[in-house]
Design a protein around this ligand. Sequence first.
Ligand SMILES: [Fe+2]
Ligand SMILES: [Fe+2]
Length: 280
Amino acid sequence: MSIKLHHVLKRVHALPPLPDSAIQVIDLTKNPATSVKELETVISKDPALTAGILRQANSAYYGYARRISSLQEAIVLLGFQVTQELAMSAAISPILRAQLLGYRIDQEELWKHSVLTAMAAKRVCQHCKLPYGDVAFTAGLLHDIGKLVISIYVQEVGDFLLKKAKDTSRSFVELEEKVIGFDHARVGGFLARAWNLPDELVAAISFHHSLSNAQNYEVLSSVVHVANGLSSLLGIVGGVDSLYNPIRQKALDLLRLEESDLELLKEDLKKILLDPTIFS
Ligand SMILES: [Fe+2]
Ligand SMILES: [Fe+2]
């Protein structure tokens, strides 16, 4: 069934773009010279983004005791990194709340998996003392966007892929590449590029299952890989493929994570999961 690249790219460009304001927020929050006013001006031009940020800023996950009622307050109290997380979550939420038949994903499933993977990626960075907190969160949030593009192809060969994944030692993602010609990670990278996301995000999305191709971004890609695996182990799967894409030892070695670290991370994430509003 090998699919031609131009068919895939046509589908990539047919998807709704990420709002400009969200891309600008990434650029502005990365720049230490940015002022609160500048950030506020960009976000406030997008009412949906503003509403999304304020709603999530008041969720229990961010743990702020008193109500945050203005954008300026949110930026000052929560900081640039969290503002970026909130902006990206608000921007991508309607895009990820999609039913994807190829992966047997219902309306909310990919969204929930992406949110937990984002939180897990940030937590892995804290645990491993890596300086990628903000980018890891956003990479975790976006890691499976390629599924939006190739689910339609997976739908045609899904039963075959599942059977092969069960009967052989190959992962589902390897089989996607072999049978369809592209896997969801690589295609996610095409989409990230089309959305003008920065290189480190494009790389972490593209290589979250094929770490050896990640070159300079191997550590960040491994963080997303492990975070994705942790979400799946906790039952917040991102499709029927999730259990057939296990955590690779290579990623654990690179991050110097032992089985006991994974257990600790899982316990932390279970606590986050006690609050259902994280998925609102
Ligand atoms: Fe994935
Ligand atoms: Fe995933």
